[in-house]
Design a protein around this ligand. Structure first.
Ligand SMILES: Nc1ncnc2c1ncn2[C@@H]1O[C@H](COP(=O)(O)OP(=O)(O)OP(=O)(O)O)[C@@H](O)[C@H]1O
Length: 354
């Protein structure tokens, strides 16, 4: 394990944190060399709040969430450094990155649950949905078979699956995509997690179903007080469902702020570019419209730097219309630029230092 120097915590408001990630870095050994997919990522998620991790494809969002859960394939030769302090239900603080595998397994599916974009890759095709939900209840809550089955049915009702008594005995392939995503959420909620990591959970669904699933997650969050780390590339979803947002570019967080502050006054040139790429109406109405405005990230001219050969300075500099020669020399630090706001741009480093 490597350890990066401490950096300021993103979107820190002084409130107690459910999860405080500091200096998370992940690299993979590949035939072409070591790939640094995530570098020095820091953020805070408060109890009952949602932090959206947003960025273009390949920016390191999924690697960040998988690193927190210790879910990289052994064959990827992942090296993960930094700290991720998670506060358990009983108030005990543990570093997720330093836990033994058995302790990690105990937390996963119990205090921390995860849902992904494609439920078919996570659900077991040869078990009924009821058996799968019941299995985690038996494992983590110590329920006997009969109680766990009843619990599974209650969970399907909780996620508003009609005819739950019948569905509980069906196999994943018998359900629609939206229903399968509800089953994943039911499975995730079966042990009443305090942190839900949702990696693009609605991207594969059509807009109406997306809205229903996101509304369901919002309701469950209100009822249970769980925190959510929401990985997405959809700014509309961010605007409508998150409290705070961290924007990733080429493996680093380049800006973090409350959702309102970020949409009202984006600071980093990359964030400004992302928002400028949105259609005018969608941008103006993003906070109000959310999902129905469909403001999905659009391409900014130029290409994302290769993680195999990152530029020595700011990775966004080659695409940035405000870059100066200094930007190519050093990676800017993430600096506090306002209340619960951080930006990684030389312009702000200089402004804060002045
Ligand atoms: N196991 C691995 N081995 C080598 N490189 C990897 C591995 N997993 C991810 N990467 C690389 O790390 C970078 C970040 O990938 P990641 O999947 O986190 O991006 P993302 O922001 O989640 O993108 P998307 O929205 O497309 O899922 C990419 O360049 C990817 O190719």
């Amino acid at each position: 394990m490597t350890h990066s120097p401490a950096t300021p915590s993103a979107v820190a408001s002084g409130a107690a944190a459910r999860l405080r990630v500091s200096g998370l870095s992940t690299s993979f050994a590949t035939e072409a060399g070591r790939i640094h997919s995530v570098s020095d990522v820091s953020f805070v998620i408060e109890p009952g709040k949602t932090l959206a991790l947003v960025g273009e494809s390949g920016s390191g969002k999924s690697v960040t969430s998988l690193s927190l859960m210790g879910l990289h394939a052994r064959t990827s030769h992942a090296e993960v450094g930094g700290q991720a302090i998670f506060v358990k239900r009983n108030g005990e603080a543990v570093d997720l990155l330093a836990l033994k595998e058995s302790d990690k397994r105990e937390l996963r599916g119990n205090e921390i649950a995860m849902i992904f974009q494609e439920p078919m890759t996570s659900l077991n095709p040869v078990l009924t949905v009821g058996e799968q939900i019941a299995e985690s209840a038996r494992l983590h809550l110590g329920m006997d078979r009969r109680t766990a089955h009843a619990h599974a049915r209650r969970m399907l009702e909780l996620v508003e699956i009609p005819a739950a008594g019948q569905r509980v005995n069906e196999y994943p392939h018998q359900l629609s995509g939206g229903m399968r995503q509800r089953v994943m959420i039911a499975q995730a909620m079966a042990c009443n997690p305090t942190l839900l990591i949702a990696d693009e959970p609605t991207t594969a669904l059509d807009v109406t179903i997306q809205a229903q699933i996101l509304a369901l997650m919002g309701r469950l969050q209100k009822e249970t007080g769980m925190s959510i780390l929401f990985v997405t590339h959809n700014l509309g979803v961010v605007a409508q469902y998150a409290d705070a947002v961290a924007v990733m570019y080429a493996g680093r967080i380049v800006e973090s702020a409350s959702v309102h502050a970020l949409f009202a006054e984006p600071q980093h040139p990359y964030t400004r570019g992302l928002l400028a790429c949105l259609p005018g109406v969608a941008r103006r109405n993003a906070l109000a419209q959310g999902l129905h405005g469909k403001p999905v990230l659009k391409a900014i001219p130029g290409q994302v730097a290769s993680p195999l050969a990152p530029p020595p300075g700011c990775a966004f500099a080659p695409r940035c219309d405000r870059a100066s020669a200094d930007c190519d020399r050093q990676v800017p630090k993430l600096v506090a630029t306002g209340e619960a706001r951080l930006t990684r741009c030389l312009q702000y480093v200089e402004r804060v230092a002045a």
